[in-house]
Design a protein around this ligand. Structure first.
Ligand code: ADP
Ligand code: ADP
Length: 239
């Protein structure tokens, strides 16, 4: 039973651009999947359809027996809570401490369902520190986010996604602006925490070498179509 089952997913933007054309994909629990392809292929649109930052034009995305494409309001928020997002530019509150950034993801959720007070319990703070430890940032917990390196900031992004206890994590070009050493660190920690917790990871990358090194499975996208879906070792030079 796949954790995510995508059928006939299409996206046509208002200007007529066909970004996704009848995409069919299944994802298994715990697999680490890289999505590769040239700029403009539709990678970002695919990820954004899955958490509905982009409205799909047609198709189904079944997650835990619910169709994400049809979800509204509270149901959509509950789905999004289970899908952690990591963005290219870290999206951190720069002047806030690392740990506040980690707690923030949950706080946003608390506010959205309770309409009120953000109260950090001792337990939630300990949890956040525990998660920071897992991405190698325990010593940075009380530093401001803007005191950290780009790679460390992106690892805070991983910690923040982990703090919402997701079953899927999606990352849209998480290492696009990082040097090779930091990129390696970010990918290694992301893979580690996902493997440890059985989280399914969908990672948009344009660096094929990183995709090959870290993925269980690679999906190649081109012009809105899936043109490769298989093991890294089966990826040939055409992609
Ligand atoms: P990738 O992530 O692979 O670079 P995108 O999903 O960003 O690809 O883009 C896929 C196609 O959709 C491209 O042709 C892009 O120009 C187009 N596109 C993306 N966003 C929009 C938008 N908001 N409006 C119109 N076209 C868009
Ligand atoms: P990315 O590399 O992350 O896909 P882009 O530079 O392609 O970023 O796009 C930046 C923003 O512009 C996105 O919100 C995307 O949806 C939008 N966009 C991309 N292509 C187009 C387009 N052809 N027309 C309108 N908006 C677009």
């Amino acid at each position: 039973q796949p954790i995510l089952q995508i059928t006939e997913l299409s996206k046509v933007y208002p200007d007529g651009t066909v970004a996704l054309n009848n995409v069919e994909l299944d994802f298994k629990k715990g697999e680490f999947v890289s999505i590769i392809g040239p700029s403009g292929a539709g990678k970002s649109t695919l990820i954004r359809c899955i958490n509905r930052l982009v409205e799909p034009s047609g198709g189904k995305i079944i997650f835990k027996e619910k169709d994400i494409v049809k979800a509204r309001g509270k149901e959509l928020r509950m789905i999004r809570r289970q899908i952690g997002m990591i963005f290219q530019g870290h999206n951190l509150v720069k002047r806030s401490e690392t740990i506040r950034n980690v707690l923030h993801g949950n706080l946003g959720y608390m506010n959205s369902i309770k309409g009120g007070l953000g109260l950090f319990t001792k337990e939630s703070i300990e949890d956040a520190i525990g998660i920071l430890e897992r991405v190698g940032l325990r010593d940075q917990a009380f530093k401001r986010a803007d005191e950290l390196s780009g790679g460390q900031q992106q690892r805070v992004g991983i910690a923040r996604a982990m703090a919402q206890n997701p079953s899927i994590i999606m990352a849209d070009e998480p290492i696009a602006s990082l040097d090779p050493k930091s990129s390696e660190d970010v990918m290694r920690y992301l893979k580690k925490v996902c493997n440890e917790d059985g989280i399914t990871a969908l990672v948009n990358l344009h660096q094929v070498d990183f995709a090959k090194e870290f993925s269980d499975r690679i999906i190649g996208v081109r012009k809105g179509h899936i043109v490769f879906d298989g093991k890294p070792s089966d990826l040939n030079d055409r992609m």
